[in-house]
Unconditional design. Structure first.
Length: 435
């Protein structure tokens, strides 16, 4: 659904959550066309105005729309798994109003034309806003750097080889040096490839019992240790994606303590699930990096609490049934996550690890700030990208009801708390629940 961004809309009786300013209080927000015209606590004084549509939020939380900094869109090239349209519908159902897509499409996003194609198609859908990362190396081959300067100018928010690590140290050094020149970020999938090769799950007692080749936690830490030395040499901005291990967290922690320009994120599976989720050879829980031990999961929660982890991303990786309904070792890794990002993140609030506004920050203002996006804030003049949600409403994950083309959720059947009631992009309501 979509209503035009014409005239003024007043959201009243809302619990306003704006992590950027620290605002957490009952009040109102007024949009005028595509932008926020006014936001404040207390009663809305303009309700009598005939041209203002008034929406009573009835105490629900009104926050900036979610900013998801790691999404695989599959278009162009694998439209049977996901399209820009289906990803957009899935995103707004999950309260996501801005998403950043990985370059591992067909063709790869490694030239200006493909960057512009993605942006143009996303605008046409009129759903969540889409911003591309570009490939750090041509064709994601890890050998020759892409045209970082030109691609940054064309709108690429950062540079990454997506689901592959940049394994050649000299190539990574050059990428970081260019990143420093152009003020952009290199995003790394931190996994030493030779240690991860043919691995299907976390290495340990469970992998031995299941007879599956494992990926050691050291694969994450070794790649991060190497990269931290290259950051120190070059001064380039570096972002470690989807951290999954206690060892990896410690490497990033030390780098931050040294003042290196290093940031990181994690994804909901790594703080809400552990390796036991694959016990029945459940391929929907086969992810990259793999789900780790309970001790690692607890270390990720602790790193979110103490601020070592800067943001949370969905790591949305849609796969079709043919890719998942295979023997575990052969199945493709990845899980869809757009429609569960908010609710699983809210588990950190419900389990008393974080305040509500801090949990919201990790999926709104924090990623927007990292990427330099004009998003994630409730302030006058900002784009009217909003999510209205009930943090306590209970539901159970049923992937068959997802708007994504793919249904491969590691949270299948999980009871959650936190339901999106309405999503607004540029002042237009693009999603609203019936109830």
């Amino acid at each position: 659904m979509s209503t035009r961004a014409s005239g003024r809309v007043a959201y009243i009786n809302a619990r306003l959550l704006d992590p950027a300013s620290g605002l957490d209080g009952t009040g109102f927000l007024l949009t005028d066309g595509e932008t926020i015209a006014e936001v404040g606590t207390g009663l809305f004084q303009g309700a009598h105005s005939a041209d203002t549509l008034v929406i009573d939020c009835q105490g629900a939380c009104l926050a900036p729309g979610l900013v998801d900094m790691r999404v695989q869109l599959r278009e162009p090239g694998e439209e049977h798994k996901e399209t820009l349209r289906s990803a957009g519908e899935s995103a707004v159902a999950g309260g996501v109003t801005s998403m950043v897509c990985l370059p591992n499409t067909h063709p790869v996003i490694d030239d200006v034309a493909t960057v512009e194609f993605v942006a143009r198609r996303a605008r046409k859908s009129g759903l969540a806003k889409v911003y591309p990362y570009a490939a750090a190396t041509k064709q994601l081959a890890g050998q020759e750097l892409a045209e970082i300067g030109m691609l940054a100018e064309a709108g690429a928010l950062g540079f990454t080889d997506g689901t592959k690590a940049i394994k050649n140290a000299q190539v990574m050094r050059r990428a970081l040096a260019y990143a420093a020149t152009f003020g952009v970020m290199i995003i790394q999938h931190p996994e030493e490839p030779s240690l991860a090769e043919n691995g299907a799950m976390n290495e340990g007692e469970l992998s031995a019992r299941l007879g599956l080749a494992g990926i050691p936690t050291a694969a994450e830490a070794i790649m991060l240790e190497r990269d931290m030395r290259l950051v120190a040499i070059t001064g380039g901005r570096y972002h470690a994606a989807h951290l999954s291990t206690a060892e990896g967290i410690e490497v990033v922690r030390r780098a931050k303590e040294r003042g290196l320009p290093v940031t990181c994120d994690t994804a909901p599976p790594y703080f809400a699930l552990n390796e036991l989720a694959v016990s029945e050879y459940r391929t929907f829980s086969k992810l990259s990096p793999p789900l780790r031990s309970e001790a690692d999961r607890q270390a990720i929660v602790a790193a979110i609490k103490d601020g070592v982890i800067d943001a949370i991303a969905s790591d949305h990786a849609p796969q079709d049934q043919d890719s998942k309904r295979l023997p575990f070792a052969q199945a493709e890794p990845g899980g869809v996550g757009l429609e569960t990002l908010l609710a699983v993140t809210l588990e950190l609030y419900h389990n008393r690890h974080l305040s509500l506004i801090k949990a919201v920050e990790l999926i709104t203002w924090a990623p927007a700030r990292l990427l330099g996006l004009p998003a994630g804030q409730l302030k006058t003049g900002a784009a009217a990208d909003l999510v209205l949600f009930d943090p306590d409403r209970a539901w159970r994950v049923d992937p068959e009801k997802f708007r994504s083309k793919s249904k491969n959720s590691p949270f299948d059947g999980r009871p959650l708390q936190g339901r999106v009631l309405r999503t607004v992009v540029d002042g237009r309501t693009v999603f609203a629940t019936d109830a």
